[in-house]
Design a protein around this ligand. Structure first.
Ligand code: TRP
Length: 323
């Protein structure tokens, strides 16, 4: 396990039963910090100390390597975190969630994200089906900040799971139907949520099974297409460079499927023919690479589809199982 650096040890503004550190923070040793963190983890089990422990621990990003196994292996901690999550389900519909409840749940989600990020705990997290506990949050559509924060924090957990392109993770998320949840977040979310949701879709599409799954039925393909196109629709709210970094590879990747490529070639959003927009994309070599890839596929696919000439598992086949 990596050692944490001395300047990562400062702990301010905390009012735990454990003595907070003052000016001597910088000299605190790793061992002392771990004792402090371990103590906070044990405080999670106590309903009276939990809120503060959640707040302090969720701010300690730099400790995530040490914290993840500690959260997973300590007595009752994960159960407590799940209990925190499920306790606000009743505020989702009708929407009565308060900002305070949302902040507390977001702190829980930050700790779950830490467990989801760590290679030692990621599969345990998945095998315990913990992502499913977050889906009710991702299904909400209320635009108020408390719901927006909750959705963003949940997308952060899923995003942490997919970061490494692990096949089992992607397979699990696809089968548990995370795609429509991400699409809905791309549709209703603010720019950060849209980026987080598009990042997950982009990871799925870059997996061969993920691409095959999306292109297996016309409904799925068009559902993804519609939401990607939608992000270009409002003129006053064009995607930011950060968002384009994920949107463009999604189009490029979809164009790899033969029939999907033909469907795209004939109906790309008009911005893709706008030289000002394209010149803008040139500024980021990584994004530009995907623009070129998309253009090549579009040129290849400009010919009308010859009946019966396509691959069998691609879009536009008559089987639209839609399970
Ligand atoms: N059961 C749906 C299906 O398999 C899940 C779904 C809804 C979906 N919308 C989607 C999957 C969009 C991929 C893309 O089709």
């Amino acid at each position: 396990m990596d050692k944490i650096s001395p300047h990562s040890l400062s702990m301010k503004n905390e009012s735990s039963s454990v003595a907070p550190l003052g000016a001597s923070t910088q000299s605190r040793t790793t061992a002392q910090t771990m004792t402090f963190v371990e103590h906070l983890v044990t405080e999670l089990i106590n309903p009276n100390l939990r809120e503060n422990a959640l707040r302090v621990l969720s701010k300690r990003n730099e400790l995530s390597r040490e914290l993840a196994p500690l959260l997973w292996n300590s007595f009752g901690t994960i159960a407590v975190l799940l209990q925190e999550i499920t306790s606000i389900y009743c505020t989702l519909s009708p929407p009565t969630l308060t900002l305070g409840q949302s902040t507390r749940a977001c702190n829980v989600l930050a700790l779950l994200q830490c467990v989801a990020s760590h290679s030692e705990t990621r599969m345990l997290f998945l095998n315990a089906s913990i992502p499913l506990y977050l889906y009710p949050f991702l299904k909400t559509k209320d635009k108020s900040p408390q719901f927006e924060y909750l959705r963003l924090a949940s997308l952060g957990v899923i995003g942490a799971l997919v970061k490494d392109n692990t096949k089992e993770v992607l397979g699990y998320l696809i089968l548990s139907e995370v795609i429509p949840l991400c699409l809905s977040n791309m549709e209703i979310g603010n720019e950060i949520s849209q980026t987080a949701a598009t990042f997950i879709i982009h990871k799925i599409l870059f997996d061969d099974d993920g691409l095959a799954y999306v292109c297996a039925t016309a409904e799925r393909f068009f559902a993804v297409r519609r939401v990607l196109d939608m992000m270009f629709e409002s003129l006053d709210k064009q995607p930011t460079p950060r968002l384009l970094k994920f949107i463009i590879p999604c189009y490029a990747r979809l164009s790899d499927g033969r029939r999907a490529g033909i469907a795209l070639a004939n109906s790309l959003p008009s911005v893709f023919r706008d030289t000002i927009f394209l010149n803008h994309l040139r500024e980021d070599p990584a994004t530009w690479k995907w623009v070129k890839h998309l253009q090549e596929n579009v040129e290849k696919n400009q010919e009308p589809l010859v009946e019966g000439g396509g691959e069998n598992n691609d879009i536009m086949e008559s089987s639209t199982s839609g399970q």
